[in-house]
Write a protein that binds this ligand. Structure first.
Ligand SMILES: [Zn+2]
Ligand SMILES: [Zn+2]
Length: 264
Protein backbone atom coordinates (compact mmCIF):
# COMPACT_ATOMS: atom_id res chain seq x y z
CA UNK A 1 0.00 0.00 0.00
CA UNK A 2 1.16 3.47 -0.80
CA UNK A 3 2.15 5.32 2.36
CA UNK A 4 1.25 9.02 2.15
CA UNK A 5 -0.32 11.65 4.41
CA UNK A 6 -2.98 13.55 2.45
CA UNK A 7 -4.18 15.95 5.15
CA UNK A 8 -1.60 18.19 6.88
CA UNK A 9 -1.41 21.76 8.12
CA UNK A 10 1.45 24.21 8.47
CA UNK A 11 1.86 27.79 9.67
CA UNK A 12 -0.09 28.95 6.59
CA UNK A 13 -3.13 27.76 8.56
CA UNK A 14 -4.47 30.12 11.22
CA UNK A 15 -4.44 27.27 13.76
CA UNK A 16 -0.90 25.96 13.19
CA UNK A 17 2.56 27.29 13.96
CA UNK A 18 4.47 24.51 12.24
CA UNK A 19 6.92 25.57 9.52
CA UNK A 20 6.00 23.59 6.39
CA UNK A 21 9.57 22.33 6.21
CA UNK A 22 9.14 20.56 9.57
CA UNK A 23 6.05 18.79 8.23
CA UNK A 24 7.97 17.58 5.18
CA UNK A 25 10.93 16.43 7.26
CA UNK A 26 8.64 14.50 9.61
CA UNK A 27 7.02 12.70 6.65
CA UNK A 28 10.42 11.79 5.19
CA UNK A 29 11.48 10.53 8.61
CA UNK A 30 8.49 8.17 8.58
CA UNK A 31 9.43 6.84 5.15
CA UNK A 32 6.52 8.44 3.31
CA UNK A 33 6.82 8.77 -0.43
CA UNK A 34 4.25 11.54 -0.78
CA UNK A 35 2.60 14.24 1.30
CA UNK A 36 -0.14 16.74 0.57
CA UNK A 37 0.07 20.08 2.33
CA UNK A 38 -3.56 21.10 2.80
CA UNK A 39 -3.74 24.40 4.66
CA UNK A 40 -7.06 25.98 5.55
CA UNK A 41 -9.11 28.33 3.42
CA UNK A 42 -12.45 28.99 5.10
CA UNK A 43 -14.09 31.97 3.43
CA UNK A 44 -16.21 34.01 5.85
CA UNK A 45 -15.42 31.93 8.90
CA UNK A 46 -17.89 33.10 11.58
CA UNK A 47 -15.26 33.92 14.21
CA UNK A 48 -13.22 36.91 12.97
CA UNK A 49 -10.44 36.02 15.41
CA UNK A 50 -9.81 32.94 13.23
CA UNK A 51 -9.72 34.09 9.60
CA UNK A 52 -8.47 30.75 8.10
CA UNK A 53 -7.15 32.37 4.93
CA UNK A 54 -3.68 32.45 3.34
CA UNK A 55 -2.05 34.16 0.37
CA UNK A 56 -1.59 31.73 -2.48
CA UNK A 57 1.66 33.12 -3.95
CA UNK A 58 3.90 32.67 -0.86
CA UNK A 59 2.18 29.34 -0.14
CA UNK A 60 2.99 28.00 -3.55
CA UNK A 61 6.50 29.49 -3.40
CA UNK A 62 7.18 27.62 -0.14
CA UNK A 63 5.96 24.32 -1.62
CA UNK A 64 8.20 24.88 -4.64
CA UNK A 65 11.19 25.79 -2.46
CA UNK A 66 10.70 22.57 -0.47
CA UNK A 67 10.30 20.53 -3.65
CA UNK A 68 13.68 21.93 -4.68
CA UNK A 69 15.30 20.68 -1.46
CA UNK A 70 13.43 17.44 -0.74
CA UNK A 71 11.95 16.50 -4.11
CA UNK A 72 14.23 13.48 -4.56
CA UNK A 73 13.02 12.03 -1.24
CA UNK A 74 9.32 12.82 -1.25
CA UNK A 75 6.69 14.09 -3.64
CA UNK A 76 4.99 17.21 -2.23
CA UNK A 77 1.46 17.99 -3.37
CA UNK A 78 0.11 21.51 -3.30
CA UNK A 79 -3.22 21.05 -1.58
CA UNK A 80 -5.86 22.99 0.27
CA UNK A 81 -8.64 22.20 2.74
CA UNK A 82 -11.59 24.34 1.71
CA UNK A 83 -14.29 25.07 4.24
CA UNK A 84 -17.65 24.69 2.45
CA UNK A 85 -20.49 27.09 3.24
CA UNK A 86 -23.41 27.74 0.91
CA UNK A 87 -22.99 31.52 0.77
CA UNK A 88 -19.31 31.37 -0.30
CA UNK A 89 -19.56 29.12 -3.38
CA UNK A 90 -18.76 32.11 -5.62
CA UNK A 91 -15.57 32.89 -3.72
CA UNK A 92 -14.56 29.23 -3.77
CA UNK A 93 -15.07 28.99 -7.54
CA UNK A 94 -13.03 32.12 -8.16
CA UNK A 95 -10.26 30.98 -5.82
CA UNK A 96 -9.95 27.67 -7.66
CA UNK A 97 -10.05 29.41 -11.05
CA UNK A 98 -7.23 31.71 -10.04
CA UNK A 99 -4.99 29.19 -8.31
CA UNK A 100 -3.59 25.79 -9.26
CA UNK A 101 -3.72 22.88 -6.80
CA UNK A 102 -2.91 19.19 -6.91
CA UNK A 103 -5.46 18.13 -4.33
CA UNK A 104 -8.52 19.71 -2.70
CA UNK A 105 -10.28 18.57 0.47
CA UNK A 106 -13.81 19.91 0.96
CA UNK A 107 -14.82 20.14 4.61
CA UNK A 108 -17.77 21.22 6.70
CA UNK A 109 -16.47 23.24 9.62
CA UNK A 110 -19.58 25.45 9.76
CA UNK A 111 -23.30 24.90 9.21
CA UNK A 112 -25.86 27.73 8.97
CA UNK A 113 -22.91 30.09 9.41
CA UNK A 114 -22.22 28.63 12.87
CA UNK A 115 -18.77 27.35 13.76
CA UNK A 116 -19.37 23.73 14.81
CA UNK A 117 -16.74 24.10 17.56
CA UNK A 118 -19.03 26.65 19.24
CA UNK A 119 -22.37 25.79 20.89
CA UNK A 120 -24.69 27.97 18.71
CA UNK A 121 -25.51 25.36 16.07
CA UNK A 122 -26.60 22.84 18.69
CA UNK A 123 -28.88 25.14 20.70
CA UNK A 124 -32.53 24.04 20.47
CA UNK A 125 -31.73 20.79 18.64
CA UNK A 126 -31.58 17.25 19.88
CA UNK A 127 -28.41 15.37 19.04
CA UNK A 128 -30.26 13.54 16.24
CA UNK A 129 -31.61 16.80 14.79
CA UNK A 130 -28.16 18.38 14.87
CA UNK A 131 -26.48 15.40 13.19
CA UNK A 132 -29.24 15.14 10.57
CA UNK A 133 -29.00 18.86 9.76
CA UNK A 134 -25.24 18.56 9.45
CA UNK A 135 -25.47 15.63 7.02
CA UNK A 136 -28.17 17.37 4.96
CA UNK A 137 -25.77 20.29 4.62
CA UNK A 138 -22.93 17.97 3.56
CA UNK A 139 -25.26 16.48 0.92
CA UNK A 140 -26.10 19.97 -0.35
CA UNK A 141 -22.39 20.74 -0.79
CA UNK A 142 -21.71 17.47 -2.59
CA UNK A 143 -24.58 18.19 -4.97
CA UNK A 144 -23.97 21.91 -5.48
CA UNK A 145 -20.26 22.53 -4.96
CA UNK A 146 -18.35 19.41 -6.00
CA UNK A 147 -15.06 21.22 -6.49
CA UNK A 148 -13.10 18.99 -4.11
CA UNK A 149 -11.40 15.62 -4.57
CA UNK A 150 -12.36 14.09 -1.23
CA UNK A 151 -14.73 15.13 1.53
CA UNK A 152 -12.81 15.76 4.76
CA UNK A 153 -13.67 14.09 8.09
CA UNK A 154 -17.22 13.47 6.90
CA UNK A 155 -18.65 12.74 10.36
CA UNK A 156 -16.90 15.76 11.92
CA UNK A 157 -20.12 16.69 13.72
CA UNK A 158 -19.63 13.77 16.13
CA UNK A 159 -16.70 15.61 17.72
CA UNK A 160 -18.84 18.46 18.93
CA UNK A 161 -22.10 19.33 20.64
CA UNK A 162 -20.83 18.33 24.08
CA UNK A 163 -22.92 15.13 24.18
CA UNK A 164 -21.87 12.47 26.63
CA UNK A 165 -22.54 9.79 24.05
CA UNK A 166 -20.83 10.90 20.85
CA UNK A 167 -21.55 7.73 18.92
CA UNK A 168 -23.11 7.96 15.53
CA UNK A 169 -24.28 4.93 13.69
CA UNK A 170 -24.77 4.51 9.97
CA UNK A 171 -28.19 2.94 10.58
CA UNK A 172 -29.53 6.06 12.28
CA UNK A 173 -28.75 8.35 9.34
CA UNK A 174 -28.83 5.77 6.54
CA UNK A 175 -31.02 7.67 4.02
CA UNK A 176 -29.00 10.88 4.04
CA UNK A 177 -25.65 9.04 4.22
CA UNK A 178 -26.60 6.87 1.24
CA UNK A 179 -27.50 10.00 -0.70
CA UNK A 180 -24.15 11.55 0.20
CA UNK A 181 -22.15 8.45 -0.78
CA UNK A 182 -24.09 7.95 -4.02
CA UNK A 183 -23.60 11.60 -4.97
CA UNK A 184 -19.87 11.43 -4.21
CA UNK A 185 -19.46 8.28 -6.28
CA UNK A 186 -21.52 9.62 -9.20
CA UNK A 187 -19.33 12.70 -9.38
CA UNK A 188 -16.01 10.89 -9.12
CA UNK A 189 -15.33 12.27 -5.64
CA UNK A 190 -14.10 10.38 -2.62
CA UNK A 191 -13.67 10.21 1.10
CA UNK A 192 -10.72 10.38 3.41
CA UNK A 193 -9.92 8.36 6.49
CA UNK A 194 -8.93 11.09 8.92
CA UNK A 195 -7.08 9.83 11.98
CA UNK A 196 -7.55 12.96 14.11
CA UNK A 197 -10.50 11.31 15.90
CA UNK A 198 -7.98 9.47 18.03
CA UNK A 199 -6.47 12.76 19.16
CA UNK A 200 -9.94 14.17 19.94
CA UNK A 201 -10.67 11.34 22.34
CA UNK A 202 -13.18 9.58 20.06
CA UNK A 203 -10.96 6.52 19.84
CA UNK A 204 -11.80 6.07 16.16
CA UNK A 205 -11.26 7.47 12.70
CA UNK A 206 -13.44 9.93 10.76
CA UNK A 207 -15.48 8.41 9.32
CA UNK A 208 -16.11 5.54 11.63
CA UNK A 209 -15.94 2.07 10.13
CA UNK A 210 -19.65 1.44 9.41
CA UNK A 211 -19.82 4.57 7.24
CA UNK A 212 -16.71 3.55 5.38
CA UNK A 213 -18.10 0.06 4.79
CA UNK A 214 -21.30 1.47 3.34
CA UNK A 215 -19.39 3.84 1.05
CA UNK A 216 -17.41 0.85 -0.24
CA UNK A 217 -20.53 -1.29 -0.58
CA UNK A 218 -22.18 1.36 -2.76
CA UNK A 219 -19.13 1.36 -5.03
CA UNK A 220 -16.91 4.04 -3.50
CA UNK A 221 -13.25 3.40 -4.23
CA UNK A 222 -11.66 6.86 -4.06
CA UNK A 223 -10.01 7.15 -0.67
CA UNK A 224 -7.11 9.00 0.93
CA UNK A 225 -5.66 8.75 4.42
CA UNK A 226 -4.79 11.90 6.35
CA UNK A 227 -3.64 12.72 9.85
CA UNK A 228 -4.94 16.31 9.89
CA UNK A 229 -1.69 17.08 11.72
CA UNK A 230 -1.15 20.63 12.85
CA UNK A 231 2.18 19.63 14.50
CA UNK A 232 5.06 17.59 13.02
CA UNK A 233 4.73 14.85 15.63
CA UNK A 234 1.18 14.11 14.45
CA UNK A 235 2.16 13.42 10.83
CA UNK A 236 1.15 9.84 10.06
CA UNK A 237 -0.44 9.45 13.50
CA UNK A 238 -2.45 6.21 13.85
CA UNK A 239 -1.88 5.31 10.20
CA UNK A 240 -1.37 1.64 11.08
CA UNK A 241 -4.98 1.54 12.29
CA UNK A 242 -6.25 3.46 9.26
CA UNK A 243 -4.46 1.24 6.73
CA UNK A 244 -5.64 -1.88 8.52
CA UNK A 245 -9.20 -0.57 8.43
CA UNK A 246 -8.91 0.25 4.76
CA UNK A 247 -7.75 -3.27 3.97
CA UNK A 248 -10.42 -4.80 6.17
CA UNK A 249 -13.17 -2.90 4.33
CA UNK A 250 -11.76 -4.04 0.98
CA UNK A 251 -9.96 -1.05 -0.53
CA UNK A 252 -7.00 -2.14 -2.67
CA UNK A 253 -4.97 0.99 -1.95
CA UNK A 254 -5.18 4.74 -1.37
CA UNK A 255 -5.90 7.06 -4.29
CA UNK A 256 -3.21 9.48 -5.45
CA UNK A 257 -3.88 12.87 -7.01
CA UNK A 258 -2.17 15.43 -9.18
CA UNK A 259 -3.62 18.60 -10.71
CA UNK A 260 -6.90 17.83 -8.92
CA UNK A 261 -7.26 14.58 -10.82
CA UNK A 262 -6.81 10.95 -9.88
CA UNK A 263 -3.28 9.95 -10.75
CA UNK A 264 -3.26 6.65 -12.61
ZN1 LIG B 1 -10.97 20.16 8.85
ZN1 LIG C 1 -7.60 19.83 8.52
Amino acid sequence: MFYADYHTHSSFSTDSETPMEETIKAAIGLGMKEIAVTDHIDFDFPDPAWPFLFDYAPYRAEVERLRGIYGSQISILLGVELGLQRHVYGEIDQFLKDNQFDFVIGSSHCVDQCDLCAPDFFVGKTKEEAYEAYFEDVLYHVEHCPVFNVYGHIDFISRYGGYEDKTLSYAQYAPVLDNIFRALIAQGKGLEINTSGFRYGLNRTHPQVDLLKRYYELGGRILTVGSDAHKPEDIGADFAVAYELMKEVGFADVTRFQNRMVRK
